[in-house]
Each structure stands twice: as C-alpha cells, then as structure tokens.
Design a protein around this ligand. Structure first.
Ligand code: E4P
Length: 218
C-alpha cells in the first residue's frame, strides 16, 4: 500500500519524506489556502522534495478551462498528477488529459461506487473516494471503498483506489484490509500509525535494564 500525505505544508512533507514514509502528495484548493503560498511556488517546492505523484487540482468547472489549467499545472513538474472533480466535464477532462497529454489524473470528490466506475472508464490513474466526509453524514466510507474494490477487480480496471478524507488510523487499517492501493492522510495521522503504548513501555524497560549493565555498544 502506498502512503500519500494530504497537505501543502512543505516543512511537514520534507520531514515525512526524510523518514521514508512518502510515496506521493495530495493537495487541494483548501490546503493551498492553508499553506499561505502561491499554488505554483508551493507545488513546485513539493515536487522538488517528493519523487512520486503530486496531485494539483484544477478549479475550473468547464471542460475547456479545465484543460487550460491542466496544461498550466503540468508545466510545474513531471510528477504533477492533475486532479479533476467528479463531474461530467471533469470526466471528459480526465479522458483527454490521459490520452492527449499522457499525464496522471486523480479524479476527486468521489462519494459512490458508480462515480468510481465512471472515473475508471475515463482512464483515471487514481480515484479519490472521501471516506471521512461520508462518515460525517452517517454513511459508511469504508463500505464504499470495499464496493469500489470489488467493481475494479471484477473488470480488471487499472485505476488505483486512493482512499481520501482519512481522519483516523483505523481508516488506514481498514483501507489496507480491503486492499486499497493508496491512502492519503494528514501528517498527524501518518505519524500516529507508529504509536503503541506497549512499544513505549517496552522500550523504557529495555533502556532501564541496559543502563544497569553499565555497558556501551561500540
Ligand atoms: C484528497 O485528495 C482531499 O484533499 C482530502 O483527503 C480531503 O480531506 P478532508 O475531507 O479532510 O478535507
């Protein structure tokens, strides 16, 4: 399973990348706003740090303008993955970007298996179902992931399931159990994956006993 980080915070991305945890990055207009920087400068900086796909989202809602924005964003770096919304114009842009620009496309704002089916038929590289936002309205985000997985397996679609709007470490575990290809999670959630109280307790006990030996390694 690949780990993407869902942020435009360059400092966080650099630190997680140095830990060897990152396979890619997802951004969106709200995350760019939060970063306080310009989309071109921030995205370029991220692409210089991470070798894997870096999703940059178009904000146009009409096909022609989406394509113009996709061309512009694609010039930032070779590892830019163009992110388009799950609308009819977005699907048309997805197909065109894949066939005419030969670029990765992440179809975002997916909330149903049928939407994911359409994205796969449009040749999407990634589909981003938002599990947290589904849970927020008392739906079950992980049920949607499981159904998309079954549909993609039924037809051998190449589109990778990128579980988005991840809020908890349990979302990550459930996504892995279902066999999703990628999770994109906020930095704090990725860091929280390492935590276990018995690891902390065990390490403290080992270090205390080691101190009593009076030995040094090396
Ligand atoms: C995915 O690409 C989105 O940027 C993101 O996961 C949305 O998460 P949110 O629902 O926490 O805003």
């Amino acid at each position: 399973m690949k780990f993407f980080v869902d942020t435009a915070d360059v400092k966080e991305i650099r630190e997680l990348n140095e830990l060897g945890l990152l396979d890619g990055v997802t951004t969106n207009p709200s995350l760019i706003l939060k970063s306080g920087g310009s989309i071109v400068e921030v995205t370029k900086e991220i692409c210089d740090i991470v070798a894997g796909p870096v999703s940059a989202e178009v904000v146009a809602t009409e096909f022609k303008q989406m394509m113009a924005e996709a061309e512009y964003l694609a010039k930032i770096a070779d590892n830019i993955c163009i992110k388009v919304p799950l609308t009819l114009d977005g699907l048309k842009a997805c197909k065109t970007i894949r066939t005419e620009m030969n670029r990765m496309v992440n179809v975002t704002l997916c909330f149903s298996p049928n939407q994911a089916l359409l994205a796969a038929k449009a040749g999407a590289s990634f589909i981003s179902p938002f599990v947290g936002r589904l849970d927020d309205i008392s739906s079950d985000g992980m049920d949607v992931i499981a159904e998309i997985k079954q549909i993609y397996d039924n037809y051998d679609f190449d589109t990778e399931i990128l579980v988005a709007s991840v809020r908890t470490v349990n979302h990550v575990k459930q996504a892995a159990l279902i066999g999703a290809d990628v999770v994109t999670a906020p930095p704090a959630t990725l860091r929280a994956l390492v935590s276990h109280p018995l690891t902390d307790k065990g390490l403290a006990a080992f270090l205390a006993d080691w101190a009593k030996t009076g030995q040094k390694i090396g």
